[in-house]
Design a binder for this molecule. Structure first.
Ligand code: UD1
Length: 424
């Protein structure tokens, strides 16, 4: 294990976060855009790329398939050269570290007629099936099997457009089926599709590449297959989850943060919830400002697919409720394992009772510092914020989880006045 993997955050509680932050491109968009470049040979430039560990890992996967990848962290750009002759096997070593690798499935089977992508296995936030992905590809005429830990999809004669209805508006399944349908013969109608802004970004990227897609952002996406695509340049949309994290951070610490480069229209419900908690949310020239001048009031939250409350912001809603005035119910409808984070908050003195996918929280004035462990990206960031409203010094183990989604998290917190360091 490298030293960085063993790093932890040391947080001295008590400071309000005040100042400015800038939002870079969305992790959930850029990783998928990188996978979609596999659809056509040539040179791509992706802009607004966050400096996070997951981009490096996705780059490694693309290199293993034969691409050249250059990540310029100063310019926030990734240049990708996709070869004419491309590998079709995404190995377990990449997929186990980065679930977004599964987004190579649709592009590879559509372009090469064969894809072998390792099954990602378990995840700290709960079981994350792939049955909708494979069922959709089968509707498009592929054969899929599960052999030796890999999903094998083959369509030697190409894919054919079809009507595909998802049981649940899964983001990943919508992405894989939509990308595969772009190079299929004829029309695909994808019903009960996901509507997440990141998915719309992927769709717009494909349209720039020459795809014929209608209905992005609605539950019915229509794709008329085209015979080929061409490489393009594209800037990823701002990260709505990182934006939401800073917005909650301001509210939790009774701070005042101007979030530049943010797109508030992607976060209407979470921002409304913060207003209900007592925050003042205003639009500024290039983003939003969130200010909280008193102890937050409790807010009930129920996670749902977009435009519902994002599951990725649920740990911050629980942290806010843990120190809020009143009691609240937080319901997790997307990932059952996300409440693992609650056990760590209990170590910080929070009053939370979990019953199935409901957490009932009674707010207390202050949390009490302790060593805790991050289980995933958002849980890690949530625990760091909890440490800011705990008395004394909190240690959050597993800083590498946070690196996967937040560029320079500790530096940004210090710039906002927090006493947070990263220690080996
Ligand atoms: C999910 C989030 C997305 C978030 C991302 C990163 C939702 C709906 N999706 O996307 O907003 O940005 O995590 O954290 O909130 N499922 C199956 N079979 C499948 C596919 C999914 O049962 O084939 C289930 C999953 O187990 C889960 C739900 O559907 O309970 C949503 O999964 P999905 O949207 O596919 O997850 P991600 O694409 O990872």
């Amino acid at each position: 294990m490298s030293e960085a993997v063993l790093d932890r955050f040391q947080i001295f509680g008590g400071s309000s976060l005040i100042g400015d932050v800038s939002i870079s491109g969305a992790k959930n968009s850029i990783l998928k855009l990188m996978a979609v470049t596999l659809m056509a040979p040539g040179k791509y430039k992706l802009q607004n790329v966050p400096d996070i560990a997951d981009v490096t890992m996705m780059g490694e996967l693309l290199v293993s398939l034969g691409c050249e990848v250059k990540h310029d962290t100063l310019k926030c750009e990734v240049e990708i050269i996709v070869p004419e002759k491309l590998g079709h096997r995404a190995e377990y070593q990449f997929v186990r570290k980065l679930r977004a690798s599964i987004n190579a499935l649709g592009p590879l089977v559509a372009r090469l007629g064969r894809a072998e992508v390792a099954l990602p296995g378990g995840d700290a936030i709960g079981s994350r099936g792939l049955d909708f992905h494979t069922r959709g590809l089968v509707e498009l005429g592929a054969e899929t099997t599960n052999e030796h830990g890999y999903i094998i999809a083959s369509a030697p004669k190409g894919l054919k457009g079809a009507r595909v209805e998802l049981d649940f508006p899964s983001v990943g399944a919508t992405e894989n089926i939509m990308t595969a349908a772009v190079l299929a013969k004829g029309r695909t109608i994808l019903e009960n599709a996901a509507r997440e802004p990141d998915l719309i970004d992927i769709g717009n990227f494909l349209i720039k590449m020459g795809a014929d897609i209608e209905g992005l952002g609605t539950p019915t996406i229509t794709i008329n297959g085209v015979s080929e695509l061409h490489p393009v340049d594209h800037a990823a949309i701002p990260d709505r989850v990182v934006t939401g994290t800073w917005a909650f951070a301001a509210a939790i610490t009774q701070g005042d943060i101007s979030i530049h480069g943010a797109r508030p229209s992607d976060l209407e419900l979470p921002l409304d919830k913060l207003v209900a908690a007592g925050a003042v949310v205003t639009t500024i020239a290039d983003g939003i400002r969130v200010k909280m001048s008193r102890r937050p009031s409790s807010i009930d939250v129920s996670t749902l697919p977009y435009p519902g409350f994002p599951t990725d912001l649920q740990p911050f809603a629980i942290t806010l409720n843990a120190i809020a005035d009143g009691s609240a119910l937080v319901t997790e409808n997307v990932f059952e394992g996300r409440f693992m984070f609650v056990n760590e908050l209990l170590r910080l003195g929070a009053k939370i009772r979990v019953d199935g996918h409901h957490a009932s929280i009674t707010g207390i004035q202050n949390l009490s510092s302790a060593p805790v462990v991050a289980s995933d990206i958002r849980a890690g960031a949530g625990l760091v914020l909890a440490g800011l409203v705990a008395d004394g010094t909190t240690f959050v183990e597993g800083a590498f989880h946070v690196d996967r989604g937040y560029p320079k998290f500790a530096e940004q917190l210090r710039a906002l006045g927090a006493d947070v360091t990263r220690v080996p």
